[in-house]
Design a protein. Structure first.
Length: 83
């Protein structure tokens, strides 16, 4: 098992539900997507800024969103032919 595989098991705050934000990866089932958090960090917002704007989030939510996004950029999707 690789380092990344073992870390993905620790991302319990990242949830997927087709009824919430169209199934996009979200934070703890809330309507806050990983993409929103990553976009805020990329735009220069600090963790404190984000936590003030979203008081129901926790620091670990932001950290896990970033870890999930980093992991996803390393994944490769292969289109399989229809059977």
């Amino acid at each position: 098992m690789s380092f990344i595989d073992s870390n993905m098991r620790n991302l319990e705050r990242i949830t997927f539900n087709p009824l919430v934000m169209g199934g996009k990866p979200c934070i703890r089932g809330m309507r806050v997507t990983v993409g929103t958090i990553v976009g805020l960090v990329a735009s220069g917002y600090s963790f404190d800024d984000i936590l003030k704007a979203y008081p129901y989030l926790e620091k670990d939510d932001i950290t896990q969103a970033l870890a999930y996004a980093a992991w996803r950029t390393e994944e490769i999707e292969i289109v399989l032919p229809a059977a």
